[in-house]
Write a protein that binds this ligand. Sequence first.
Ligand SMILES: [Mg+2]
Length: 226
Amino acid sequence: MNWDNSVLIWDLDNTLYRITPELADMLDAAMAEALVYDLGVPLDFETTKAKVKESYKIFRDGGEVFYRDYGISPKDLFRTYNYRNPVEEIKPYDSLVEKIIKLPLRQYVFTASNRYASEKILQKIGLYEFFKDKFFSVEDFGCYKKNESADVYHKLCETICTKPKDCVFIDDSYSNLEMAKKSGMKTVRIFYNDNSTKDKDFIDYAYKGVNAFVDDLIENLNIEKA
Ligand SMILES: [Mg+2]
């Protein structure tokens, strides 16, 4: 694949760092805490956490059950949950920063975390300086998800003065990739276990972990190796 002149649009969570099963469980707990302690859902913490997990399984959104059955607003959960993100538990990849900063391509981050959490996450993984004026949250475009329509991808392209066809969108989530593809971007899926992308025509390329993709870029862009 020739990646020359591509504009890379990176997902943040579970792409530029890994959400391990342990971290996923902490994130579920953080969401349950936001629901019970910040937003007053009338359930105990453990019941709420179990419902968050169930909601993820059914709707790919831990909050959906609470929007439907408990009158919680997505906006309020987005804000309170992001403030409780256990960022300190994130384990950065060893040499990812050095590799990313030497790619001779325009690069941005586009995340479904809010600005507060994504700044902290970028700092934790060592990429805040590099992306500090090049990261966007869905909240910058007035929404809380990036898997509902292709519109937000068009808005992002307008903001960064580029066209979807010139962008490569890198994400772990099928539904995000589907919307990015709809907007006209090329798509790269980062996976961790099985590559189950063969039957999905909205995925152009798939790599096991972000380093495999970055190594491929470095190889094919003919960058001098350190
Ligand atoms: Mg992700």
